[in-house]
Every structure is written in structure tokens, then in C-alpha cells.
Design a binder for this molecule. Structure first.
Ligand SMILES: [Cu+2]
Length: 211
């Protein structure tokens, strides 16, 4: 009895680790158990899209796992309902290349959608981004529905900062103070690892990377 209780608690703990998309706002309430599914379990597009800058944007995630990999794929369909909708001719449309980080915590990453070169990414377009994340317990997903604007800047009350957190699976990692500058983060900006083989890895590739 004691053993199964312990096992159950351990499973809950690991599921809670996962990751959350803090900004832009995800499709729905975070449900840890559904995060391995397409868009974290939210298959339908939301009606209240977030206005998002065509250039110079960012996204923020909170990672419960250290040693994670995260990237962003994009769909230009009005109502993307499957992973296929994020590909063209079988190729993923990558909005932000996969980046790795050794720490858990909150990380703000640049998301310059205009620079992605994806067809249909333009002023006024409705798009959906999907964060693809792997932290050691399988691939996890969160989506956000956006309307792009070339003359919009993210409001000041949406902060972009990095803050590493104590790793939960033992080890020697400790907390560090918040860094006010988005450029000071521990998570490498995508372009910094452009030559890295992870950049063009698909879903399977990310999983394989962590085995
Ligand atoms: Cu997890």
C-alpha cells in the first residue's frame, strides 16, 4: 500500500514539473496530464486571439525540468487541429529553433516571426504557435492563437526575464537571482546554436536527443 501511494505521488510530482507557456497566453488552462497531446489537449482554436508583433516578439516558458529542449513551430491555418497543420510538404514550419538549457526556471526567448521566413506570416495574419518541449518525460506541447501586427509592441506589463530555479531531481543546482535583461538569460537564443544539429530535428529527433 505504502509503495503504491509513493508511486502515485511521484508520478504527480513529475507531471507537475513539465512546462508552462506563460506568454503569449496558451489556448486553455494548463492540464499537466494532457500536455503530451497536441496543443496540450486543446484541439480547437480559441476565439480571443492574442495580438502579437510581427517582428521583435518574445515568448516565456516556465520549465519544471532542468536539461530541457524547447522550440516553436507555427501554423498559418485559421484553425489548425493537428501536427500536420504545422508542416508544409512534410516539413515542420519552425518559428524559433530548438534551444537547450541546463536549468529549470522561467525563460524568455526572442520570437521574431517575420524572420522565420514562413509563407503567410505577415501583418494581420491569424497564426498559431506551438511550443515543443522535451524535458526528459516525453515531448510536451502548448499552443497560442495569435493575430500578427506590424505596428504592435508587447505591453510593458508583460515582463521578459529569466530566472533559474532549483532543480527538483536532486543535484547541486541552486537558485539564482532574477535577471532583468532578456539578453542575460541562460537559455541560448536560437541563432546562437544555428549550427547545432538540433535545429532541424523533428518531434522524433527531439525525443531521441534525450534518450
Ligand atoms: Cu514533466
Amino acid at each position: 500500500m505504502k509503495f503504491s501511494l509513493f508511486t502515485a505521488l511521484a508520478l504527480v510530482g513529475s507531471a507537475n514539473a513539465h512546462f508552462r507557456l506563460l506568454f503569449p497566453e496558451p489556448r486553455g488552462q494548463f492540464v499537466a496530464d494532457n500536455e503530451p497531446q497536441y496543443c496540450g489537449g486543446y484541439t480547437q482554436v480559441t476565439q480571443n486571439r492574442t495580438t502579437f508583433p510581427l517582428s521583435g516578439g518574445f515568448f516565456t516558458i516556465k520549465s519544471g525540468h532542468p536539461d530541457f529542449t524547447a522550440g516553436v513551430i507555427i501554423s498559418t491555418l485559421q484553425n489548425p487541429i493537428s501536427f500536420d497543420n504545422f508542416t508544409v510538404n512534410g516539413k515542420q514550419q519552425i518559428a524559433s529553433a530548438y534551444a537547450k538549457n541546463a536549468n529549470a526556471g522561467t525563460f524568455c526567448l526572442p520570437l521574431d516571426l517575420a524572420a522565420s521566413g514562413v509563407a503567410g506570416v505577415k501583418d494581420g495574419a491569424n497564426v498559431t504557435i506551438q511550443i515543443v518541449y522535451a524535458g526528459g518525460d516525453g515531448n510536451l506541447y502548448q499552443c497560442a492563437d495569435l493575430t500578427l501586427s506590424s505596428n504592435f509592441t508587447i505591453p510593458n506589463n508583460v515582463t521578459c526575464h529569466n530566472e533559474t530555479a532549483e532543480a527538483h531531481h536532486g543535484g547541486s543546482e541552486t537558485s539564482s537571482g532574477a535577471s532583468p535583461s532578456p539578453t542575460n538569460g541562460a537559455l541560448s537564443p536560437a541563432h546562437a546554436i544555428a549550427g547545432y544539429s538540433a535545429v532541424l530535428l523533428g518531434f522524433v529527433g527531439v525525443a531521441a536527443l534525450l534518450v
